[in-house]
Design a protein around this ligand. Structure first.
Ligand SMILES: Nc1ncnc2c1ncn2[C@@H]1O[C@H](COP(=O)(O)OP(=O)(O)OP(=O)(O)O)[C@@H](O)[C@H]1O
Length: 601
């Protein structure tokens, strides 16, 4: 339980509903543990007034109390009516407390859940890109949605049980003690509680098993989610390659695995209650044996046994709770794996502001490897001044995207440094650095929102006129205003309701709006047909004006305006120059160029 303590801070915001929930839980506990046996004892004499010597008169009903009753009601009837009222009253108190306990705790629980989920989601936003390559998105979804629910269950519901079950136990034991004190001849009846410690052994054994099984089950839930997400994200390819049956059987296999693991958790979860009940039955049998022949009246016997039953209920619940805490620990392990993953690329504590208005970028002795032992970029030295258009060319896997990824600090250099306007990127705040950059990628991701809002993301404080102007410059205005819902058209998940060219133009409009001094065009025109490309090319030419631009382009037509071409080969810059210079001086470049132009021809 210690492990959950830091997470109790989430309860702060809902402390009153939580405390209220606990209060009503305690009312419920006491009305069950003490109220019901007490009521049994009071109701029975009213129902069986002539059962013999052992009948205890109803304490609540003195002759004085009954004196105001109309004369037609005889005291026995009065006793019966009040006794019968005790039943619904006790159950009403119990029922209302139960409802308010459940309602308020659910309220607190859902708020806690919201808060834990928000924390994990927030942490995910700052994690390193590599983290998302190493973890399946479906599994991460499972951690944010399923595992948090399990942890919330421990923080709120289990805590509730931890706090209120002892009250039920104390209520019931209090009744047992109170009743036996009135009948000292059955004082040894309390000895039947000695079987309680026997329950601890199965509770511990089952708890250990539950921890292991639930860890495996939650892992499998993540696996299942991963397959689901992967499949839902690629419906086109699945159909194109007739993969439907393969997907179905893959999913079935995982579902079956999940089913088996779930069943194991259910087995251990559900076996505890009957074990404790058997132990309780042993205790009760022992109690009956003790009472037998003690001369105790019937209603006292029933009340005592009722109280004994209510004393075992919280023990049973606390045993189940142990299981729940174990399941919570498994979920917490998975959540903490995310929450405690270091944010490898972070802003420094005291960032240095980047001088505005320019976009001078320099790579100084830069070496970088995704795995530090295996460098991908080796000893890169290059200076780029504001307004230069730099094109990166090289064979596949040469390191072009890797080079580009270092500029917005998606990754940090392994050695050397990169500067923007003379400031080492690691000394500036990430927000400041990224405000200096606009990125248009090969497959720009649009969010499931309106076209207008998707463009506005480039600069959220921009006016409507500025958004429209950006769209106009990106050759997007015509097609947007031509759509039935115009600017308010919802683009669908990842922009799927738009064509590739339309998506690209929205992304370019976003970059226009951002008006950042550095522009990164990562294969920005490769998804376009010739007509769109001509339009977008025009837009890009305008977009790049005055900006330091980095272009990765496989098509040499898109780099004809480059002022500097960097030829990358196995992570090194092997040549730099204009097209004419390189075609003459770099056999690698000439080869790449010829291959493409011949291929194109
Ligand atoms: N996240 C990563 N983790 C490990 N290795 C990676 C990662 N991303 C890329 N690489 C490796 O780094 C090398 C360079 O990849 P990069 O994507 O930079 O090449 P590229 O020149 O952009 O290729 P392409 O033209 O095919 O897009 C490749 O060997 C690739 O396998």
């Amino acid at each position: 339980m210690k492990r959950f303590i830091p997470y109790y801070s989430h309860l702060k915001q809902v402390r009153w509903p939580f405390i209220g929930g606990i209060f009503f839980g305690i009312c419920f506990g006491i009305s069950s543990g003490f109220g019901i046996p007490f009521m049994l004892k009071k109701v029975l004499p009213a129902l069986f007034p002539d059962t013999g010597e052992g009948v205890t008169p109803l304490v609540l009903l003195s002759g004085e109390e009954a004196s105001w009753m109309p004369a037609i009601i005889v005291p026995e009837q009065y006793v019966l009516i009040v006794a019968l009222f005790l039943l619904p009253i006790t159950f009403s108190i119990r029922g209302i407390s139960q409802f308010l306990n459940a309602y308020l705790l659910n309220y607190a629980g859902l708020r806690v859940l919201e808060s834990i989920r928000a924390d994990i989601f927030a942490h995910l936003q700052f994690l390193h890109l590599d983290y998302f390559r190493k973890h399946k998105s479906g599994d991460l979804i499972s951690r944010v949605s399923n595992d948090t629910t399990v942890v919330k269950g421990v923080i709120v519901e289990a805590t509730n049980d931890i706090l209120i079950q002892p009250f039920t136990l104390i209520g019931a034991m209090g009744y047992l003690v109170w009743e036996t004190l009135q009948h000292p001849e059955v004082l040894h009846f309390l000895a039947c509680l000695l079987v309680v410690p026997l329950c601890i052994l199965p509770i511990r054994y089952v708890g250990k098993k539950t921890l292991r099984k639930s860890q495996a089950m939650l892992g499998q839930a993540g696996e299942l989610n991963a397959i689901l997400t992967e499949s839902l994200q690629s419906p086109r390819d699945i159909r194109a390659y007739n993969l439907e049956q393969r997907e179905i059987s893959r999913f079935r296999q995982q579902v079956r695995k999940f089913f088996k693991l779930q069943l194991k958790v259910v087995k251990y979860d559900k076996m505890l209650s009957p074990i404790i009940e058997v132990v309780a039955a042993l205790g009760i049998s022992f109690a009956i044996y003790q009472i037998h022949g003690s001369g105790l009246d019937q209603e006292s016997v029933i009340a005592l046994i009722g109280a004994l039953y209510f004393a075992y209920t919280p023990i049973k619940k606390l045993g189940g709770l142990n299981n729940r805490i174990r399941q919570g620990e498994s979920a917490l392990n998975r959540i903490e794996e995310v929450l405690y993953s270091p944010i490898e690329v972070a802003s420094p504590a005291i960032p240095v502001p980047i001088p505005a208005g320019r976009g001078d970028v320099a790579f100084e002795n830069v070496t970088f490897g995704y795995d530090p032992e295996n460098p991908i970029l080796k000893d890169i030295n290059i200076g780029i001044r504001t307004g230069e258009i730099v094109a990166l060319v090289g064979a596949t896997g040469a390191g072009k995207s890797t080079f580009i990824n270092l500029i917005p600090r998606f990754y940090d250099v392994t050695s050397g440094r990169i500067t923007l306007n003379g400031i080492d990127l690691r000394k500036a705040s990430l927000a400041d650095l990224r405000n200096h950059i606009a990125l248009v990628s090969q497959q720009p991701i649009l969010f499931n929102d309106t076209i207008y809002n998707n463009i506005l993301l480039g600069r959220p404080e921009a006016s409507r006129a500025e958004v429209e102007e950006a769209a106009r410059r990106a050759y997007a205005f015509e097609f947007v205003t031509g759509l039935p819902e115009g600017w308010d058209t919802i683009v669908g998940e990842r922009g799927d309701r738009l064509s590739g060219g339309q998506r690209q133009r929205i992304a370019i409009a976003r970059a226009f709006l951002r008006n950042a001094p550095i522009l990164i065009l990562d294969e920005a025109t490769s998804a376009l047909d010739t007509e769109s490309e001509a339009q977008v090319q025009g837009a890009l030419e305008e977009l790049t004006r005055g900006k330091t631009t980095f272009i990765i382009a496989h098509r040499f037509s898109t780099i004809r305006n480059a002022t500097k071409i960097l030829v990358l080969d196995q992570g090194s810059i092997i040549a730099t120059g204009t097209h004419a210079e390189l075609y003459q001086g770099s056999p690698v470049y000439k080869n790449l160029y010829d291959l493409q132009t011949v291929g194109a021809g």
